[in-house]
Ligand binder design. Sequence first.
Ligand code: FES
Length: 475
Amino acid sequence: MKSYWAEPQIKAEGIFSGEKDIVVVGGGIAGLITAFKLAESGKKVTVIEADRVLGGVTANTTAHIDCMESFIYADMAKKCFEKAKDFFFFQQEAIQEYEKLIKQYNIDCDFVKVDSYFYTSTEKDKLIDEFNTLKDIGAEVEFDENPHLPVDVAAAAFKLKNQAIFDPVKFLNALPKNFEIIENTRITDIDFKRKILYTKEDKISADKIIIATNFPIINFPGWYFLRMYKSHSYAVALDKAQDIKGTYLNADESGLTFRNHKEDVIVGGYDHRSGRPYKCRSFNRLCEIGKRVADGHCTHRWSANDCITFDDLPYVGYYSKCSKDVFVITGFGKLGMAKAMASAMLISDLINDVPNKYKKICNPHRRGQCTWGFFKNLLCTIKNLLIMPFVPPFRCARSLKSGEGKIVFYKGVKSAVYKDEEGKLHALSPYCAHLGCQLKFNPDAKTWDCPCHGSRFDIDGNIITAPTVKNQERR
Ligand code: FES
């Protein structure tokens, strides 16, 4: 599946050797903007990317720059009003920063300010609660009792003004590259005390390290694999679309999103925990829905993994309590564009010793993370790590149909096997290279996904997304 967005046109000419001042691990939107911000403040920065820059989640987003996502603010405000307010403005100020940079550097990236509609077909009371909270916070919201939305039958909706859409790759292509970039270099380990970054064959040292790899690649310290999970989301684009005049986000289970991009409409949704049983053909369903607002065909389809924390706030700050020179950026939830910019601004302030009022709410070591979600996540890990490996497969590889991937017996051992359209078998170890959970095949994306922390592999075992730093063993 090819990205919908512009081709990356960023030259990587850095060399992996010697001593660096600041190293950012991860060449997605959060890593690149953080590098830009730090370099703008006079620092010498190097970005190290395992593959090509902008090849991961950034290239597979729907690119809403939006402060909404799901029902968040009302629940958060019940526990702490100031926290909900700070979280909203953490993101809203990031939208203003995008606008400022785009003007300052005259960047053509199809940036458009829009109203964002948050709507529901089933949970009107909850939506009213969310609306009232946002109003109290000071957000520019308007309630609509009888919404005439172009996209769905809704019971209620409200609109949040001054949100935006853009092409993230065009934006990053044009953002000044005042820092060094090294590509095709996978960091496999980091010595936090000595501040050394290792690849399989080599190592370098740095004064400060920022880990912006979507899901953090270092398990200890930090323990992020216990504090987050990954959600898999899908998107399609259809041509000859109506102007739907804004962006739309369904608060209900489907989580559908809609936006225009020039003459196209992009429809996203049907996200689910990575590695969960995949029952539906998500792309086909999204294309059907898209036809309500487009006369053309489904021209693109893509999918991505999002990191979800249990209190809806990202982790931006010190990687662990005892390492003041290693930082983390992760946990953006489903719509991460505003959070990427806001996190870059926060990390830049932390490193430059500039006060930032959002430091506390994004602190990766904040209290209150032992929620019901934490225990549910733990149960899921226990099941897939300690129980599933002992369940024998019910089928053997010969019984697979073309295009099917399953855990089966192959050459007498339990294996993860995919049969391609030509009938060739692609066999891998069924246990994830990260910590050993049993993988699950995703028939929509044709990938092997891990239900524990969301590592993804292609049918030949090559890494698509972290936290794993190793390819899946072939059989
Ligand atoms: Fe952690 Fe697979 S991603 S065990």
